[in-house]
Design a protein around this ligand. Sequence first.
Ligand code: HEC
Length: 137
Amino acid sequence: MKPRHFLAFSLILLMPVMAYAGAAQKPIIDGYMAAAKAENAAFSGFSADRGKAFFLAKHDASPETPSCTTCHTADPTKAGQTRAGKDVAPMAVSKTPDRFTDAEKVEKWFTRNCQSVIGRACTAQEKGDFITFMASL
Ligand code: HEC
């Protein structure tokens, strides 16, 4: 193959990857999308802005963990820390590409963290907004 052709061919292969950052997270987002539609007939799609507001919001359920940012920091591109001082890799997909790719892990932590921060389970819309925000960074 001539170098020029090889370059063109490589670009064609790369295009779908460039067009959709967050492709690895799509199956999980699609799953929450179906659940969000089932929860709310008026559901019209996930929003990174709503996910950001949710991530930064302070809740009253627990004085020790008022917000997701308590452990994940207010800047998701930075590493966070558990209350015991253990490092938590950045939540932003651009920094930790395998975030939100293992459905079992995602559900386990949403269940645990939503309960401790908000005092209830998160809705499918909140989960989808959250991942959409993290995949947009
Ligand atoms: C008490 C500390 C703490 C708080 C507060 C916290 N988290 Fe987490 N979170 C963790 C730890 C620890 C992990 C697992 C380690 C890792 O994935 O790096 C994690 C992982 C996750 C994951 C799994 C990510 C993946 O890779 O699939 C999700 C989703 C998540 N958290 C969402 C939230 C949300 C939403 C909130 C706020 C409602 C929140 N977390 C608040 C500590 C916390």
